[in-house]
Structure formats: structure tokens, C-alpha cells
Design a protein around this ligand. Structure first.
Ligand code: SAM
Length: 355
């Protein structure tokens, strides 16, 4: 294994950046000044996790929000209802690890009744086998399961807790419960697991699952991220294509996704790449995030966030909540700026935002 030399990256706020001209529209869809209409909300239900993936969390010194600080299910449900009224059609629950939050099935049931077109969950899979039938019965439609190695020892080294076997069994259980399609998220790091690209491709083709290779983003808690630790998606596609010819899958209408999907020309299914770092897709970004402690964020990499928690716990009306969403969207920048020399890592890491 090649060690990646940690490169210190400055942390800080980007108050030096210019604000947007004009004010957010008070009616109509959630549109930003660049015409991007937002229809996808990721809700983090907790910043806690039972794993300590090396590209995400700190092994020992990870700190967490207190229970009082994170939104209750009733508060999340209310925010989701307002978001639905503003044109959000796709909801994904994430974290931290969403399945460590007690009563998650109850929350899924509440959200399932709000009429989203797509209700999904991103999970590390360690507890999914147990909950899959109840989650499906409560209205969850599909899951993404994170799995960064198909080799048990390496899996344990990268994730620092948990077992590969349980995660693989959870994928079967999810499919058995009808949580389909199961997509498999693989964060690639140079010299750590990039020699498993073709193994994951074979796994995806054998199981009918779409494997999505995600570029390592500067959102880890231990400052390990470095540009040379990123495996560019173009390289991933080229390496797969050299063995198994690929064709890009055309994006239809508003069916935008962070992953660029490819189909195998021999009919063996699909594979995806998420090229956040090397080929940003900000121009089609339609996503918003709600952190576990109630802040609306318009970009993973921006510190510009607006808290809903005081509104929810005070006298805030649904119109006030809607206005916060509109302002958050209107404040969105054209791009995340990772490629800018002046890029600053956001103050929150991935598990504190919700990936
Ligand atoms: N605990 C759940 C899980 O493991 O999938 C959900 C939360 S996790 C933060 C969501 C996704 O973010 C996972 O697919 C994870 O692999 C990815 N992720 C975390 N840190 C990342 C980083 N620094 N770069 C790229 N992806 C990352």
C-alpha cells in the first residue's frame, strides 16, 4: 500500500466571496441565480456513525452534536413537508450513519407519507440486513451501500470498524426486501484500493448492482486528502473501458445525478463514476442538504449555511422555513471551487454535513 502524505489544507470561511445580486424569488420553484432548479434534498439524521472510515472520520477524537442539538423527527418531517411544497421531489436520508439513529423506520414512515417521487437511504450497510424489511414496509424505495474493498482485511483497515461479510449480506437483504436498485458506493484512494476497480466491476456485473466509483473529496476529518490521492474518474473509465467497452448513458430531462453512468456494451449492466474533484458537475447541481443540527447547505464545499433550528423551535412559520430554503438556493455559487488556488476546505467534514 502506498502511503499518502497528508497535505495541510487551510480551513476557514469564505466571506471574501461576492454575494449574489438581487433577492430570491418568493414563488415558483427553488431556482438559483444561474437557473438551476433544485429538486433533491439530502437529510442527515445524525452526525454519529458506528464506523470510522479513514477518508471520512477521525479514529479516536471524533466529536458529535448532543442529542438536544439535532433535529427531532417531528422537526425533520416539518422541514421535509415544506421542502416538498417547494418542488423537492427526491429525498435521501444520510448521516453519519442513518441507521444508528433510534427509530429511523418511524421517520421513514412519516416521510413516506409526504409523497416524494424518490425516497432513498445511504448507509454503510452494517445494520441494514436487520432493518431492510421494515424500512421497505415504511416506504423506503432504494438504498446506496458504501463498500470500499472486497477484501476483508483491507475493508477493515479502511473502515476501521465493521465487517465486509455483514455489508455484503445487507445488500442481499435489501434486494430481498425490494429496496432496489442497490447501488454500491466505492470511494477510491490512490494506492489504497484503486487496484480493485476491475474486481468491483466484476462484482457489479455478477450481482446486477451499479457500482459507483467516487473521487476522494477534501472533506475527511484527519486531513489525509491530497490531490494525488484522488483517482480521476476519467482514468477509472479508461481502465474499465480497456477491458470491457463502455458507452455513456444519456441523461434524460431532469434526471440528473451526481454519478455519470456508463453501460457495458456487452449488456452486462451499468457502472458509474462521481467526478466531483476532477470534472465538477456543478452546472447541473440540483441538490440541497439539511444537516443533522438543522442547517440548510447549498453545497458540500461551502460554509454558507442557514440554520432552521431556531425557527423550528421558536415561532417560525412554514413560510419562514420556505424563505430560508429560497435564500439558501439563491446564495448558491456557480461552482464548488475545489480547483481554485484559493480553495478553503469547509469547516464541516463529510459526516457532519451528510454525504
Ligand atoms: N454512513 C453512510 C455511508 O457510509 O454511506 C452515509 C454517510 S456517508 C458520509 C455518505 C457517503 O459519503 C458514503 O458513500 C461515503 O463513502 C462518502 N464519503 C465520505 N467521506 C468522503 C470523502 N472524503 N470523499 C468522498 N466520499 C466520501
Amino acid at each position: 500500500m502506498t502511503a499518502t502524505v497528508p497535505v495541510p489544507v487551510r480551513l476557514g470561511r469564505r466571506s471574501d466571496r461576492p454575494g449574489r445580486a438581487g433577492t430570491a424569488p418568493e414563488t415558483g420553484p427553488l431556482v438559483d441565480p444561474f437557473g438551476r432548479i433544485h429538486s433533491d434534498l439530502r437529510i442527515s439524521v445524525t452526525d454519529r456513525c458506528n464506523l470510522r472510515c479513514s477518508y471520512c472520520m477521525a479514529d479516536e477524537d471524533q466529536t458529535f452534536r448532543s442529542h438536544d442539538e439535532i433535529l427531532t423527527f417531528a422537526e425533520i418531517e416539518r422541514v421535509a413537508r415544506v421542502a416538498r411544497s417547494l418542488g423537492i421531489t427526491a429525498l435521501r436520508l444520510t448521516g453519519g450513519e442513518p441507521l444508528v439513529r433510534a427509530g429511523l423506520v418511524d421517520l421513514v414512515g412519516r416521510l413516506g407519507r409526504l409523497g416524494f417521487d424518490d425516497l432513498a437511504l445511504t448507509t454503510n450497510g452494517t445494520a441494514l440486513a436487520r432493518f431492510a424489511p421494515a424500512l421497505a414496509a415504511a416506504g423506503l424505495q432504494r438504498v446506496n451501500v458504501s463498500c470500499d474493498s472486497l477484501r476483508p482485511e483491507r475493508f477493515a483497515r479502511i473502515r476501521r470498524r465493521g465487517e465486509l461479510g455483514a455489508v455484503l449480506a445487507a445488500m442481499d437483504a435489501a434486494e430481498g426486501a425490494g429496496l432496489c436498485p442497490v447501488k454500491v458506493n466505492v470511494v477510491l484512494q490512490r494506492g489504497v484500493n484503486d487496484d480493485e476497480i476491475l474486481d468491483f466491476v466484476a462484482f457489479g456485473r455478477a450481482t446486477g448492482r451499479e457500482v459507483r466509483f467516487i473521487e476522494f473529496m477534501p472533506l475527511d476529518a484527519e486531513g489525509r486528502w491530497a490531490r494525488d490521492a484522488v483517482v480521476p474518474s476519467a482514468e477509472v473509465v479508461a481502465r474499465i473501458n480497456a477491458r470491457l467497452p463502455l458507452q455513456p448513458v444519456a441523461v434524460r430531462g431532469r434526471d440528473v445525478a451526481p454519478a455519470t453512468a456508463y453501460r457495458f456494451l456487452d449488456g452486462g449492466g451499468r457502472v458509474g463514476v462521481v467526478a466531483t474533484v476532477t470534472e465538477p458537475f456543478c452546472g447541473t447541481c440540483n441538490r440541497l442538504r439539511l444537516t443533522a443540527d438543522g442547517a440548510v447547505r447549498n453545497c458540500l464545499f461551502s460554509d454558507d449555511e442557514l440554520s432552521l433550528r431556531d425557527l423550528l423551535r421558536g415561532q417560525g412559520s412554514d413560510d419562514d422555513i420556505a424563505l430560508v430554503f429560497r435564500r439558501a438556493v439563491w446564495g448558491k455559487r456557480a461552482g464548488h471551487g475545489i480547483g481554485d488556488p484559493a480553495f478553503l476546505r469547509p469547516g464541516r467534514t463529510m459526516s457532519m454535513i451528510g454525504g
